[in-house]
Design a protein around this ligand. Structure first.
Ligand code: ATP
Length: 460
């Protein structure tokens, strides 16, 4: 069973160093969060898993890391300046502001008044100014999606890499949206990260590739530990499609607050490359224009028949924060251990767990035990296992509780038997390995530890 409530998750995240409210000592800032020592590891591990699956495991995808502030013309031609808005209503009584499409009834959710203004579009892009003079020409926007960085670098990438259709460009990075009502913890925030792939295909092949990417993405989320019964496909109705999309399939997940979008997989057609080409074709950057490509030249590519085409693009776009929330929700488990004892344990997949192994000396002031524990940590750190820590609190029970709650898959205890002081000579130079999920304890010689964990992680 996943976490029973969002409150449980919020409390665990704060207590155990995953996620803190931003600027907390000054009262916080709505829609912003900071990732603590455990959170940053979980986040990095999720991003690594995505990059591995989308880039390293394939032969047809390359990566990119583009700037988060871009020339205003990018958002003019992408359509974001005109259309990237949500409907906003004001309450005339309490002055609260809300997203009209999030209200179940035309009633203020804050004070109950029915005196709401008519909805008006509110652009979600965050504005800033560049340079010392704050005039309109200095206005710039923080990107609301990473995708535009990929489109405007399309020619750079195709000129500098040997890529052929179909191929993709992947990017993970920050995006900013001035959400009217940030809410539900890290589900809807104003600063977040996206993991986006723009996969370029021949027009006509787009629908088949769209289906392919929806399936790929569902499988990947299962590998991150999401229960298939809580992840569903939802085809967006035509009237709700974004301005660039021909078809979008949302992957909805049953978050603690309800079934909502975790990732969108959109068929963006040639909308973006086409729009940016309109502007840049005037620069005459390439002369190879065929009549049938409506003067779109810069971002066209040669297809099979040697004709110039503007590729269509399929875009799987996932939010890192929503991914973290889903993964945490899924992993959170409360277990009754009998005798009135219970525990909270995060059953994260091994590759996502922040700490992989914690080594615990049984007696924190016994020099021999502590030294041996340190040498075990050093040995394990040299193997490709991930983060291994020494935790010398002297209270093994307390350490187990902490490591259960942060999802550490294995704890190793170094005790008096290990140093040969407990009477059983057979146990000298052996340690106890405790499995987070089964609670099974195995006694193993120290010199077999590395191969034991390598087998666990990579198989025999
Ligand atoms: P929503 O309808 O929930 O506002 P969206 O359809 O506007 O989301 P997209 O533009 O498709 O979202 O963005 C792709 C992904 O980026 C989303 O599936 C989500 O995971 C993530 N995302 C978008 N907005 C936010 C946000 N405000 N906070 C956190 N993640 C977000």
């Amino acid at each position: 069973m996943p976490a029973s409530s969002m409150d449980d998750l919020v409390a665990l995240c704060k207590r155990r160093g995953f996620i803190y409210p931003s600027s907390a000592i000054y009262g916080g800032l709505k829609g912003f969060f900071d990732f603590g020592p455990m959170g940053v590891e979980l986040k990095n591990n999720l991003k690594k898993a995505w990059w591995n699956h989308m880039v390293y495991q394939r032969d047809d995808v390359v990566g990119l890391d583009s700037s988060t502030i871009m020339n205003t013309e990018v958002f003019n031609y992408s359509g974001h300046l005109d259309t990237f808005s949500d409907p906003l209503v004001d309450c005339r009584q309490c002055k609260g502001r809300f997203r009209a499409d999030h209200l179940e009834k035309p009633i203020c959710p804050q004070c109950g008044s029915k005196e709401l203004t008519d909805p008006r579009p509110f652009n979600l892009m965050m504005k800033t100014t560049l340079g010392p003079i704050e005039d309109p020409s200095a206005v710039a926007y923080l990107r609301p999606e990473t995708a535009q960085g990929i489109f405007v670098n399309f020619k750079h990438v195709t000129d500098s890499m040997s890529v052929k259709l179909p191929f993709g460009i992947a990017q993970i990075g920050k995006a900013y949206r001035n959400e009217i009502t940030p809410r539900n913890f890290i589900f809807r925030v104003r600063e977040f990260e996206q993991m986006e792939l723009e996969f370029f295909v021949k027009p006509g092949d787009d629908e088949q590739w769209h289906e392919y990417w929806v399936d790929q993405r569902i499988q990947w989320w299962h590998q991150q530990g999401l229960n298939p019964s809580r992840l569903v496909k939802f085809e967006q109705p035509k009237e709700e499609l974004a301005h660039y999309s021909k078809a979008t399939v949302d992957l909805l997940y049953e978050f603690p607050h309800g079934l909502e979008e975790l990732e969108g997989v959109a068929n963006r057609t040639d909308y973006d490359l086409g729009s940016h080409s309109k502007e840049q074709s005037e620069l005459g950057l390439t002369a190879n224009v065929k009549e049938n490509i409506h003067s779109v030249s810069r971002l066209a590519l040669k297809g099979d028949q040697n004709e110039w085409i503007v590729p269509y693009v399929i875009e799987p776009s996932a939010g890192v924060e929503r991914g973290i929330l889903a993964v945490l929700h899924e992993a959170y488990t409360e277990e009754d251990l009998g005798d009135g004892k219970n525990r909270v344990v995060l059953k994260l997949p091994f590759h996502l767990a922040p700490i992989k192994i914690a080594v615990l000396p049984l007696a924190k002031n016994n020099e021999e035990i502590v030294k041996l524990a340190q040498s075990i940590v050093s040995k394990l750190k040299q193997a490709p296992i991930g983060w291994v820590v020494l935790e010398n609190t002297g209270s093994v029970g307390k350490s187990y509780r902490r490591h259960d709650e942060i999802g550490t898959p294995y704890c190793i205890t170094v005790d008096f038997d290990t140093i040969g002081q407990e009477g059983n000579p057979l146990l000298k130079d052996t340690v106890t390995i405790r499995d987070r999920d089964s609670l099974e304890q195995t006694r193993l010689p120290i010199d077999q530890l590395v191969s034991f964990f390598m087998n666990k992680i990579y198989g025999a």
